[in-house]
Ligand binder design. Structure first.
Ligand SMILES: Cc1cc2nc3c(=O)[nH]c(=O)nc-3n(C[C@H](O)[C@H](O)[C@H](O)COP(=O)(O)OP(=O)(O)OC[C@H]3O[C@@H](n4cnc5c(N)ncnc54)[C@H](O)[C@@H]3O)c2cc1C
Length: 812
């Protein structure tokens, strides 16, 4: 086939997201970019979207993207000379419960930190901005003055105009039908001829799975049917609007699960119904070759509950005549967040697809995608949208089940300990039956079911009981007992699915040394390794066990499996091998002052070997690796056994612990224990939002090494001094622990944020880990932490442990 075009980057798909990616690439100086659209621009989901542009999100990174979008859209029409219908109407997000109000207060705090002035309103204020609202049963509302609605087609055309003005190219009616990687570039087949490109971006919306297959990817996603209804003019609304000179704010009744927007003089009502419908999942409803500018048939019966609720809330709606229903495809990933970032396992390829809120996120997504392509990294940590958070276990059933679950709960409160019930039991520990019999309540980590806590007789294990912001959920007593056992005797945590790679080959140690900031452990020893990017930012943390001179096990978080493997492979040098051995092994953490006594009764091992060593040993005839470490901060070992031996090992250790107070514990207790040690959690405390030095990991930097990734940037930071510093805070929290990104205040100034927090049962205090301005990070400094809108006293305790600061218990 003849060559039709060539460009540095080719984007597949001309919806709001693909065009925004093109715009941002061009803006970043990569004008040599082409966008290929199978039909007309906007033919996918974009043309029929309602065009709401909220900034609200319970997720920090998503909120950041949406804030950026709203800001971009405000100036876009003028910047590219393409006037658009963009109404910044503000919005009222109304709450029916006290817990909802807490959610709003939390988001007000997040918004303030991002420079946005969101506010809580009571009934009277609500009626002032929305006179037609029934407020008697509401607990409050979140007012977002930046919310509004935009014409999605005009937005797309404006971005397209801007991209073209900068020199980028758009080719319409040009479907990509096949593609191949030559080893140095991509060749895309289209009916117009071949397109050569160094990089490719899949921005094909709900077609992403089909386009993904061309790359050999099976993208976990499902297309849901989503509807909104347009109602004719209501004289009272039109008259009010004419009098005040603007539209009503958009109303989101999140507890009844719909939004209601003024549309000209009438309304637009869009529900997220509790019993939604997925499309294109059965043989009698096959995925269409081309669905451009098409819709599904109306299906209003599904929406009767939400329609009734809306009419009760704004009784004027009852008077309005329904004129039109739009029912279109809206794609969902298993967690509802889009895919933005490197395409796992595929060279020079990226994803920017499966957007559920692609109009309000297009601006931010374009920025993020362009950064991934042009710099290989993003300004904000974007793990929540990173395609590598899915690791391959997410089969079709899982993707469909989870997509439906997320849609049906689109507006639900994301309580910190809420565990979603669908799509479970994907990967089970070899001792799952044992832990279940002991009362384990599970959560999924990269699909692996791990005990969160062990319910005692009478503890409420219902899903509903997890709907609380409070620390004292039904798990509280159990966690306290589990932590006490670890402190006073011994605990055992079954930990299936630790991600594990074997690195080997001549020069492996030297290579590893150039990848991490610190020292490579000696043979027989273990080390905690930090991987930085070129800007010195924290990419990941792994435990390295040096098995031989040039052979290592690199062990990392379950959810990090694809992310860390890709990072290692990307930088791996010829002659070295990296094998993912995650599936073959399982792990238990045995920890507490009696851990040695437990092991002495059952293991053939040298239990006098010091902290941070490993050894091959034998338990009940099974070969195990004992690693002398404890994330819980007590004397302890990780017991690594092959999956076939794990049950034998567990049974033997449990039997040996009889009479010594050995007790199983779960992830919630572990979280409490690690906070007391100041140990960081992956992608909570450890993210690219912080450099290794800002993150307080300076002791893991070996300045004597002439070369390691990030060295120059870290050296410059060291010279100039870090603006912010990791700190551990003791917080006078009441019933609620701070949530992720709770702001830290000094007087009337925000000086930082918490990246994790919780109750420390050994020290009997609420502990927060976070980053604050360097001058505020001095131990003893009195600060305040904002928890659901209330500021409570906190004190900086330093950057280390609140429990066993000298590590005497670990080294015992
Ligand atoms: C009823 C409804 C209301 C909605 N309301 C809102 C809202 O108010 N706010 C909001 O933020 N979001 C809303 N959404 C969601 C929003 O529409 C989508 O998230 C958004 O349009 C996705 O944009 P996109 O660019 O990712 O995908 P799309 O707009 O679907 O674009 C993908 C493009 O890829 C093209 N393509 C596919 N395959 C190929 C190929 N092989 N070669 C070349 N091109 C290809 C398609 O033709 C299509 O144009 C709504 C969705 C629905 C259904």
């Amino acid at each position: 086939m003849a060559e039709f075009a060539s460009a540095r980057v080719a984007i597949i798909g001309g919806g709001a997201v693909g065009v925004s990616a093109l715009y941002h690439l061009a803006k970043a100086g990569w004008q040599d970019a082409i966008l290929l659209e199978k039909n007309e621009l906007t033919a996918g989901s974009t043309w029929h979207a309602a065009g709401n542009v909220p900034t609200f999100s319970a997720s920090w990174s998503i909120m950041n993207m949406q804030r950026y979008s709203a800001q971009l859209y405000r100036g876009l029409g003028a910047a590219v000379d393409y006037p658009m219908n963009y109404h910044v109407t503000g919005s009222l997000r109304i709450g029916h419960t006290a817990d909802r109000l807490l959610e709003f207060k939390r988001v007000v705090g997040m918004g303030r930190y991002q420079g946005m002035d969101l506010a809580i309103m009571g009934p009277e204020e609500m009626r002032k901005v929305y006179p037609f609202l029934e407020t008697h049963d509401l607990t409050g509302a979140l007012y977002d003055p930046y919310d509004g609605d935009i014409d999605p087609a005009q937005l797309t055309q404006a971005l397209a105009k801007g991209a073209r003005q900068m020199g980028a190219r758009i080719e319409r009616f040009c479907p990509v039908t096949a593609l191949r990687w030559t080893g140095s570039e991509w060749i895309l087949s289209t009916p117009k001829g071949e397109v050569r490109a160094e990089y490719v971006v899949n921005a094909s919306g709900y077609y992403a799975r089909e386009v993904g297959r061309m790359f050999g990817r099976d993208i976990p996603m499902v297309s849901m049917s989503h509807q909104y209804m347009l109602f004719d003019t209501v004289p009272e609304v039109a008259a009010w609007s004419a009098e005040v000179g603007h539209k009503l704010p958009l109303l989101r009744d999140v507890d009844s699960s719909y939004y209601l927007r003024q549309e000209k003089g009438g309304f637009n009502l869009g529900p997220y119904e509790r019993h939604p419908k997925a499309h294109w999942i059965t043989p009698d409803d096959p995925f269409p070759e081309d669905f451009s500018f098409q819709l599904y048939p109306d299906d209003l019966d599904r929406l009767s509950f939400e329609i009734g609720e809306a009419m009760g809330r704004v009784p004027l709606l009852e008077k309005a005549a329904l004129v039109k229903t739009i029912n279109g495809p809206i794609p969902y990933t298993p967690d509802g967040n889009p895919l933005i970032g490197p395409m796992p396992g595929v060279p020079n390829a990226f994803e920017a697809c499966v957007f559920t809120f692609g109009i309000c996120q297009a601006g931010g997504a374009g920025k993020v995608l362009a950064e991934w392509v042009t710099e290989g990294a993003t300004e904000w940590d974007m793990w929540s949208c990173d395609p590598r958070r899915f690791t391959g276990f997410e089969d079709r059933d899982y993707a469909i089940t989870k997509g439906i679950e997320v849609y049906a709960h689109e507006y639900d409160i994301l309580y910190p300990k809420r565990v979603w019930p669908d799509g479970r039991m994907k990967k089970l520990s070899p001792v799952h039956d044992r832990t279940a019999a002991l009362g384990a309540q599970y959560g999924a980590y990269n699909g692996w079911e791990r005990a969160l806590w062990y319910a005692r007789p009478g503890d409420d294990t219902s899903e509903k009981a997890s709907h609380t912001w409070a620390r004292q959920g039904p798990w509280a007593g159990a966690i306290a007992e589990e932590c006490a056992a670890v402190r006073d005797a011994a605990g055992i945590l079954d930990l299936p699915g630790f991600s594990r790679y074997r690195l080997a080959g001549p020069g492996a140690a030297d290579w590893l040394s150039r990848q991490i900031t610190g020292k490579v452990p000696g043979v027989g020893r273990l080390g905690l390794c930090y991987f930085a990017d070129d800007k010195g930012r924290i990419v990941t943390e792994m435990s390295a066990a040096r098995l031989a001179e040039d052979e290592f096990w690199l062990i990392t978080a379950a959810t990090a499996q694809s992310h860390d493997r890709e990072w290692l492979l990307k930088h791996l040098e010829p002659g070295l091998t990296l094998v993912d051995e995650t599936e073959g092994w399982s792990t238990q953490i045995l920890t507490g002052p009696k851990a040695r006594d437990v092991l002495a009764g059952v293991a053939e091992a040298d239990l006098s070997l010091p902290w941070l060593t490993w050894q091959w040993a034998s338990i009940a005839g099974a070969k195990v690796m004992l690693m002398r470490v404890s994330f819980a901060g007590e004397l302890g070992w990780e017991i690594h056994s092959q999956v076939a031996d794990t049950a034998t090992v567990w049974d033997a250790v449990m039997a040996a612990g009889q009479g010594l107070g050995l007790k199983p514990f779960g992830m919630y207790a572990l979280d409490s224990l690690r906070l007391e040690k100041g140990y960081r959690a992956w992608k909570g405390d450890l993210s690219t939002d912080y450099t290794v030095l800002t993150g307080g990991l300076g002791r893991f930097v070996d300045w004597a090494k002439p070369e390691f990734r990030g060295r120059a940037a870290l050296a410059a930071e060291k010279q100039a001094g870090s603006k912010k510093q990791f700190a551990v805070l003791r917080i006078e929290a009441g019933a609620y622990d701070p949530t992720y990104m709770a702001t830290v205040w000094q007087g009337d100034r925000i000086v930082g944020e918490l990246t994790s927090a919780g109750w420390g049962h050994r020290v009997g205090a609420c502990i927060g880990l976070g980053c604050v301005a360097t001058e505020a990070a001095v131990p003893g400094t009195a600060l305040e932490v904002e928890i659901f809108g209330e500021r409570v006293a906190a004190v900086v305790t330093g950057d280390g442990a609140l429990w066993d600061a000298k590590n005497e218990r670990i080294r015992a």
